[in-house]
Design a protein around this ligand. Structure first.
Ligand SMILES: CC(C)(COP(=O)(O)OP(=O)(O)OC[C@H]1O[C@@H](n2cnc3c(N)ncnc32)[C@H](O)[C@@H]1OP(=O)(O)O)[C@@H](O)C(=O)NCCC(=O)NCCS
Length: 167
C-alpha cells in the first residue's frame, strides 16, 4: 500500500457543511457504479443519516453515510476519490464511521456490497465483517451496467473491532 498522507482529517458533516455538496457529488460520481443523485446526496447531510467526511489538506476526498437504528447501524455508502484510493484512507474512514455509530450506541453494523467489489469486501473483512448472504439483483442495471447481486455483510461487535485497531 502507498504510504498514508500526513495531513488527513476526519469529521462528521452536518447541514452547516452544505457548501461541500458539490465535492460529495463529485466523489460519488467518480467512485460509485450507480452514483446517488444530487437530491440523495443532499439528504445525507441531515438526520436520520450521519455523514463522515475525510479531508486531505482540508479538501474533501472521501465520505461515508450511515443510518443508525436502536442498537445497530447500516453503512449506506463509503467512497474515496480515485486518486486517493490505496493509501489506507478507506480504512481510516471506515474506522471513524464505526466510531461515530458507536457514539450513537450502535454496536453492530450491516451493509451490502457488489459481488464484483472484492476490494471493498477485503476492507470490510479486515475489520471483522462476515459475509451473511446474497441479495439477487440488488443493484439495478444503470448507466449501461447489468443488474448485479449484493453480498450482505455483518459486523457483530464494533467495540471489539475498534479496540483491535490503532488510530
Ligand atoms: C473501497 C474503498 C472505500 C477502499 O478505500 P481505499 O482507500 O482504496 O482502501 P485502503 O487503502 O484503506 O485499503 C484498505 C484495505 O482494503 C483492501 N484493498 C485496498 N485496495 C485493494 C485492492 N486493490 N485489491 C484488494 N484489496 C484492496 C485491503 O484489505 C486493504 O488493506 P491492506 O492494504 O492492509 O491489505 C475505495 O477503494 C473506494 O472508494 N472504492 C470505490 C467505492 C466503493 O467500492 N465503495 C464501497 C461500496 S460497498
Amino acid at each position: 500500500m502507498k504510504s498514508i498522507p500526513k495531513n488527513v482529517s476526519l469529521r462528521v458533516l452536518t447541514a452547516e457543511d452544505l457548501n461541500l455538496l458539490d465535492d460529495v457529488e463529485l466523489i460519488e460520481r467518480q467512485s460509485q457504479k450507480n452514483p446517488w443523485n444530487a437530491q440523495s446526496c443532499r439528504e445525507c447531510f441531515d438526520e436520520p443519516y450521519l455523514m463522515v467526511g475525510l479531508f486531505v489538506a482540508e479538501k474533501l476526498q472521501g465520505f461515508s453515510v450511515i443510518y443508525n437504528t436502536a442498537y445497530s447501524t447500516d453503512l449506506l455508502t463509503i467512497g474515496i476519490s480515485p486518486v486517493w484510493q490505496g493509501y489506507g484512507l478507506g480504512a481510516r474512514l471506515l474506522k471513524k464511521t464505526l466510531q461515530e455509530a458507536l457514539n450513537c450506541r450502535a454496536n453492530e453494523c450491516f451493509l451490502e456490497v457488489r459481488v464484483s467489489n472484492e476490494r471493498a469486501q477485503k476492507l470490510y473483512e479486515k475489520y471483522g465483517f462476515a459475509k451473511t448472504g446474497i441479495r439477487k439483483g440488488y443493484y439495478r442495471g444503470e448507466n449501461g451496467n447489468p443488474p448485479e447481486d449484493a453480498i450482505t455483510m455483518h459486523l457483530a461487535d464494533i467495540t471489539k473491532t475498534l479496540l483491535g485497531t490503532t488510530d
